[in-house]
Design a protein around this ligand. Structure first.
Ligand code: AMP
Length: 216
């Protein structure tokens, strides 16, 4: 049976977002990215957006209470009844505990955790070259996936930007934070028997095949 309540782990830049979107589409369930939710809130300059701005721009984690509230609200919507792919959550032990508690109420535990990883130099190259469209959120890479017209979005023509948290200092901080937090989470989900390691290097399709195998 294919897992339908799925979590993706992975350091920033490993291609986690791309793989989570594709997996969600294949499974027919929503993909929920806390990073995307926060970025959208910031763009709309909502109270949530103003609350998370400082943490995000420094490459720090947003406080657990706030993230948990946002995710529980999202998981409570009807489109999550048949499953979901969580991308970027949980990131801390407290978030994992809160998630398990929330899902236990509906007796629908996490069925699979896909742990993507790649060597640090690969990650640094990917992130350093990432360019994002501030309007439609499309992402490009200066060498691996360049836009057709330099510095402009293929889809909507908007000038591409470097996300504040893709700047070198923030990248380093995000990796430090990720490595220190993920250790406990990996142990937790390994113990639960749901974690699968997936190598995140190679072509997108190649990684997607490994992910599909991991989802069983
Ligand atoms: P991402 O796009 O997943 O790399 O997230 C971008 C930023 O949003 C992170 O660097 C954090 O500041 C914040 N963020 C996203 N998800 C979480 C989470 N689960 N817990 C805390 N902060 C988060």
């Amino acid at each position: 049976m294919t897992a339908r309540r799925v979590v993706f782990f992975g350091p920033p830049g490993v291609g986690k977002g791309t793989q989570a979107v594709q997996a969600a589409k294949a499974l027919g369930v929503p993909q929920i990215s806390t990073g995307d939710i926060f970025r959208e809130a910031r763009q709309q300059d909502s109270p949530l957006g103003r609350e998370v701005k400082g943490f995000m721009d420094r490459g720090d984690l947003v406080p657990d209470g706030l993230v948990i509230r946002v995710v529980e609200e999202r998981l409570g919507r009807p489109d999550c009844a048949e499953g979901f792919v969580l991308d970027g959550f949980p990131r801390t032990f407290a978030q994992a505990e809160a998630l398990d508690r929330y899902l236990a109420k509906g007796k629908r535990p996490i069925e699979r955790v896909v742990a993507l990883d790649a060597p640090e130099p690969v990650i640094l190259t990917r992130l350093g070259g990432r360019r994002t469209c501030p309007k439609c959120k499309a992402t490009f890479h200066v060498t691996e996936r360049p836009p057709k017209k330099a510095d402009a979005c293929d889809a909507c023509g908007t000038a591409l930007v470097v996300r504040p948290d893709d700047k070198p200092e923030a990248i380093k901080q995000r990796l430090v934070v990720y490595r220190s937090e993920v250790r406990d989470l990996v142990a937790r989900y390994t113990k639960a028997g749901v974690l699968r390691d997936v190598v995140g290097t190679g072509a997108v399709e190649e990684v997607a095949r490994r992910v599909a195998d991991a989802l069983g």
